[in-house]
Design a protein around this ligand. Structure first.
Ligand code: HEM
Length: 147
């Protein structure tokens, strides 16, 4: 049931933007999501709680054995902030290099996306704003799982 939910959300969000907004409104969608999530601090909380969910998720938690979790949380928070045009510069590896050799598949990707979605739900982020961030993550599925 979660299979492809990220892709569906991405299409919904992009379709909504195309139907209801001129192209110049695209930034506003991101920036209103950024504000609704509490800015950079709020996104850091989403990254932190999302990673806590991942580490409690039996489907994927073993993939993170030996990972530097505090560092990963900080990189994710900055990455989310950059994705929503919040004025941050993501300084980590690109997604293909970061996940090379991990043998990740679509189910792993969808499990992680669900864990981050649940973090946003628990932090009270409205659905439409959740979808803006998830739509930004959707194109990462291929580089993350392709090797
Ligand atoms: C939208 C999905 C994802 C995003 C945005 C994401 C983001 C990141 C980022 C920013 C890093 C750090 C890069 C660096 O070291 O410079 C990273 C590393 C990593 N990711 Fe992902 N990732 C995603 C999906 C996944 C999935 C599905 C898994 C496994 C189930 C995973 C496992 C890891 C692991 C194990 C590391 C290395 C951490 C370490 O060595 O400290 N990621 N990811």
């Amino acid at each position: 049931m979660m299979i492809n939910i990220v892709r569906r959300i991405a299409i919904m969000a992009l379709t909504a933007a195309a139907l209801h907004s001129p192209l110049s409104m695209a930034d506003t969608m991101e920036q209103s999501a950024f504000a609704a999530m509490g800015g950079k601090d709020g996104l850091q909380k989403i990254a932190s709680l999302g990673m806590d969910n991942v580490l409690n998720d039996d489907r994927i938690k073993d993939k993170f054995t030996g990972a530097n979790i505090p560092r990963l949380k900080l990189l994710l928070g900055t990455q989310f902030c950059a994705l929503l045009d919040g004025g941050c510069v993501y300084g980590g590896k690109d997604m293909e290099a970061a996940h090379k050799g991990m043998n990740l598949n679509d189910a792993d990707f969808n499990a992680l996306a669900e864990d981050f979605r649940n973090a946003m739900i628990d932090l009270g982020v409205p659905n439409r704003h959740q979808n803006v961030l998830l739509a930004k993550l959707a194109p990462m599925e291929k580089p993350i799982t392709a090797h």
